[in-house]
Design a protein around this ligand. Structure first.
Ligand code: CAA
Length: 258
């Protein structure tokens, strides 16, 4: 939309598309971009017209990290208070499923942004890495916590401590990405996947996302308790009635909330 300068945000049907758009800096995440990205994402998240959000970049780069030029001269207080680092809480708490669609570089904060999403779809050109160690720092958008959860301690430690890049096939093998797609089919596949999600019952999507996130945070017994209650609660929705009736009547469900 017109007021943004570093992203493009557009609803296509029930899918909210956010395209990072700072080609001159390989979509490096500066303060303006992060502010605009979170703003656009929260607007989509608040809308009942949107059932899935896609975050993507260009063919060359999803995002090459936090903006090094913006950070270089900052101190402790600036890191704590301002810049692109502190503001992610709202993004991480969104209800709507979010897909990261990664082609090209997803490095540092770019890889971390992708990991903040519910899952990553990768073009076969994707390259992931946490190269902060080469700059004399460490991951700062959650990479030291989410990468070990995604790919295990050994691989995460090797990535973070060496700063090396991982190609799409290794990322898929390691469980970092849901699927690798040939570059020429990439956006069509992402669009199809997002539209599939967006066609489902919104209350069911919110609950499923919530339970999946609980799996990242809770011990198993707590997570199972959470799921049991959320599952029972789903039976208070019209969409559960409609979904199960449609199955027995051998037709497509016509959900109220989508
Ligand atoms: N910040 C600011 N500018 C960046 C950038 C970044 N993270 N990444 C790339 N750019 C800029 C380059 O400076 C260059 O600009 P100029 O043309 O004005 O010099 C432009 O984007 C194109 O980049 P390159 O010429 O370097 O392109 P390349 O194809 O030769 O190399 C690359 C691509 C390997 C991705 C290389 O750009 C690179 O190593 N980028 C930095 C990656 C990085 O270290 N990311 C981590 C940042 S720290 C961080 O993210 C902290 C955190 O945890 C949140």
């Amino acid at each position: 939309s017109a007021e943004y300068t570093t992203i493009l945000a557009e609803a296509r049907g029930r899918v909210g598309w956010i395209t990072l758009d700072r080609p001159e800096a390989l979509n490096a995440l500066n303060s303006v971009l992060v502010t605009e990205l979170i703003d656009a994402a929260l607007i989509f998240d608040a809308s009942s017209e949107i059932g899935c959000i896609v975050i993507t970049g260009s063919e060359r780069a999803f995002a090459a990290g936090a903006d090094i030029k913006e950070m270089a001269d900052q101190g402790y207080a600036e890191m704590l208070v301002g810049g692109p680092f502190p503001g992610w809480g709202g993004f991480e708490r969104m209800r709507t499923p979010v897909i990261a669609a990664v082609a090209g570089f997803a490095l540092g904060g770019g890889c971390e942004l992708a990991m903040m999403c519910d899952f990553i779809l990768a073009a076969d050109t994707a390259k992931f890495g946490q190269p902060e160690i080469n700059l004399g720092v460490l991951p700062g958008f959650g990479g030291s916590q989410r990468l070990p959860r995604a790919i295990g301690k050994a691989k995460a430690a090797e990535m973070v401590l060496t700063g090396r890049m991982m190609r799409a096939d290794e990322a898929e093998r390691s469980g970092l990405v849901a699927r690798v797609i040939p570059a020429d089919e990439f956006l069509a596949d992402v669009e199809h996947t997002a539209a599939t999600i967006a066609s489902k019952s919104l209350p069911a999507l919110y609950a499923a996302k919530d339970a999946l996130q609980a799996a990242q945070e809770m011990p198993l017994s707590e997570g199972l308790r959470f799921e049991r209650l959320a599952f029972a609660a789903a039976f208070a929705t019209d969409d559960q009635k409609e979904g199960m009736r449609a199955f027995t009547e051998k037709r497509e469900p016509n959900f109220t909330h989508r």
